[in-house]
Design a protein around this ligand. Structure first.
Ligand code: DHE
Length: 594
């Protein structure tokens, strides 16, 4: 602590009422059976921000299934009723309770358990929620009375497991539109490829390729549904995007009109994609991770041919109990070894997958912490820092040595860093920052074991930003500012703004002040609840772009902020910019600069 005021004391003073309210719902429903809802006050059953952010498995929700039979004493559902309930379950419940209802952050809901508590108990829980984290689906108005009853009945019946997705299914979806030998041998367009932004147009099932200097939308390409992230091959030539529906598009940026040259579907629900970045292995492989089925696949980096599919089903790292559906969350590429870094969420394991010999696959399995989600590299690229978000922890991996370095409590509620933000703190030296979904705090962890050994892998400071509901934090080596969004905050002024901290004035003692940039207002968007999400710098690190993410039928925009003056530089508006979310600058993404 360097003799400074302990950050947690300052935080306790500065923390918002929301954080206090949230602490009542912390911990999720892992442990004891939740109390009877009628015994706690309605106040306790309001949904917390972080509970609302659990995965919505909307693609599984679309699949039609046959209703299972009902044992004696339990009303049977027709196929139509069962499918309606199944849809609600996958959109709203499966993120916490699991596809097979075996439990994840929420409790297991298998029929052996639900039949024991019975219809009325389930009905009450769905209606009121629980202080342990279950949203109040009925009293909030999200589900009608009939839907609550339907769901209580559905939970008494057997689950319908969705289909697996192995090599046969992948091969059926794999298409090479342009063979590698038929592709350009040099860049055929005059685009400044390094400064192109790949922008997710979430609900349109598209991405936009936008020039970072002129703000011109160069192209809009069809992709899978709701592209989650974009990653760029180490050479900067191939852009890979993955939809929530597991569809991967590989786009050749050298074509006269950059377009998809190969595509494949790797599962029914997916969130992550990456490419091999180790020297000597550039552009050789791609890897994608799925939520369902729980698996990852290594593909040829030129054609997307699926080469090796690995299931992640297995034992939890701590209790060593079998988990049937551990989702693959963030995947990054090591710069130090020919390995992919794969976060396996529910079992709490980080896999270092060596891609040098796929027939004799070597994997280092690191026991980390459960509910691993997103994360990024430190400024030297040697260390991977990732959030075990439902456990309020950061896990640090040394990618050079291939081992666990540290696990630290952030002091906040549900860390959500994206890839995080690296900067040199005036007092603490190099640090990496995360914001939180469940409260307003920003936490800094020391990342320099050589130069600042006393600070390394310790949470050195924590201070409040705009409010709870933050998803992403961003800076750049050329910038002295740290930008923190509050995307999920219920207050329209807060979700429509970004907090900016001057890192050069931080002293580790006084609470850093921030300025608020009202970006939705700057964009002139007054309808809906425009949400500012995910800052991304241009190549030079002089401008930072934010999506103003609005409803499907409402106006959205991208706002460009001048990083020197913190003034509005430009607003990109276009009727084709439907629900923009993630933005990935080619240069920064391929070089892991953040
Ligand atoms: Fe994301 C990153 C999962 C909701 C926009 N999101 C990630 C990663 C994971 C993930 C595992 C890390 C990928 C990697 O690095 O390989 N996201 C999930 C969910 O499970 C969750 C909570 C719920 C869901 O149903 O998907 C979820 N995410 C969202 C959103 O609602 C966002 C705001 C809009 C959207 O498209 O759905 C969203 N997620 C993003 C973005 C990134 C991301 C923009 C990449 C940030 C970065 O800078 O790297």
């Amino acid at each position: 602590m360097n003799g400074k005021t302990p950050f947690n004391v300052r935080r306790a003073l500065a923390t918002t009422a929301m954080a206090l309210a949230l602490s009542a719902t912390a911990g999720f429903a892992q442990d004891a059976a939740p109390p009877d809802p009628s015994e706690t006050s309605l106040q306790d059953h309001q949904s917390a921000l972080d509970n609302r952010y659990e995965p919505s498995l909307d693609n599984l929700a679309r699949e039609d299934v046959t209703a299972p039979g009902a044992p004696e004493g339990i009303p049977a559902l027709t196929d139509a009723q069962y499918n309606e309930a199944n849809k609600i379950y996958f959109e709203r419940c499966a993120g916490c309770h699991g596809v097979l209802r075996n439990g994840a952050t929420g409790k297991a809901l298998t029929p052996d358990l639900t039949r024991e508590v019975g219809f009325e108990y389930l009905q009450m829980f769905i209606n009121y929620g629980s202080p342990a984290g279950m949203p109040n689906w009925g009293t909030s108005g999200d589900l009608t009375e009939e839907q609550v009853d339907l769901m209580a009945n559905y939970l008494l019946l057997d689950p319908a497991p969705p289909p697996e997705f192995g090599m046969n299914e992948m091969m059926e979806t794999w298409v090479v539109h342009v063979e590698p030998e038929d592709r350009p041998t040099e860049q055929l367009n005059d685009w400044d490829l390094d400064n192109i932004f790949s922008v997710t147009l979430r609900d349109a099932g598209q991405i936009a390729l936008i020039d970072g200097a002129t703000y011109e939308i160069k192209s809009i390409l069809d992709t899978g549904y709701a592209v989650h992230i974009s990653r760029i091959s180490a050479s900067g030539r191939y852009l890979f995007v993955i939809g929530r529906d597991g569809k991967v598009n590989m786009i050749d940026m050298w074509m006269e009109n950059p377009d998809t040259v190969a595509e494949i579907k790797i599962g029914s629900e997916a969130r992550s994609i990456e490419t091999s970045k180790m020297e000597g292995w550039e552009d050789r492989y791609a890897i994608a991770g799925a939520y369902w089925p729980p698996q990852y696949v290594i593909m040829d980096g030129q054609t997307l041919e699926p080469l090796k599919i690995q299931s992640t089903r297995g034992m939890t790292y701590d209790e060593q109990q079998y988990h049937p559906e551990p989702r693959v969350a963030a995947i990054l590429s090591s710069h130090y070894r020919p390995e992919f870094i794969v976060n396996v969420k529910e079992t709490g394991k980080i896999l270092l997958v060596d891609y040098t010999d796929l027939d004799n696959l070597k994997t280092t399995e690191i026991s980390a912490e459960r509910f691993l989600h997103d994360g990024g590299l430190d400024s030297t690229h040697r260390y991977f820092i990732t959030a075990a978000n439902a456990r309020n922890k950061l896990v640090v991996i040394d990618t050079q040595e291939g081992r666990l370095e540290a696990i630290e409590d952030t002091g906040g509620q549900t860390p959500h860093p994206g890839r995080g933000a690296n900067f040199v703190h005036p007092t603490f030296g190099p640090v990496w920052a995360t914001s939180h979904m469940g409260d307003d705090s920003v936490a800094l962890i020391g990342t320099d074991p050589e130069g600042h050994p006393d600070n390394a892998w310790k949470i050195l400071d924590s201070f409040p930003a705009l409010g709870g509901g933050s998803l992403f934090i961003k800076t750049h080596p050329e910038s002295k500012y740290l930008y923190v969004d509050a995307t999920l905050n219920p207050e329209i002024e807060i979700s429509g703004s970004v907090a900016v901290f001057d890192t050069s004035t931080m002293d580790g003692e006084t609470t850093p002040e921030f300025v608020t940039l009202p970006l939705a207002e700057w964009a002139g968007i007054s309808e809906g609840q425009p949400r500012v999400v995910q800052g991304e710098f241009n190549k030079e690190g002089t401008e930072v772009w934010f999506s103003i993410w609005n409803g499907l039928d409402q106006e959205s925009a991208i706002v460009v902020v001048d990083d020197k003056t913190l003034e509005l530089k430009h607003v990109i508006k276009d009727e084709r910019l439907i629900t923009p979310t993630g933005k990935f600058n080619v240069y920064n993404t391929k070089g892991d600069i953040y």
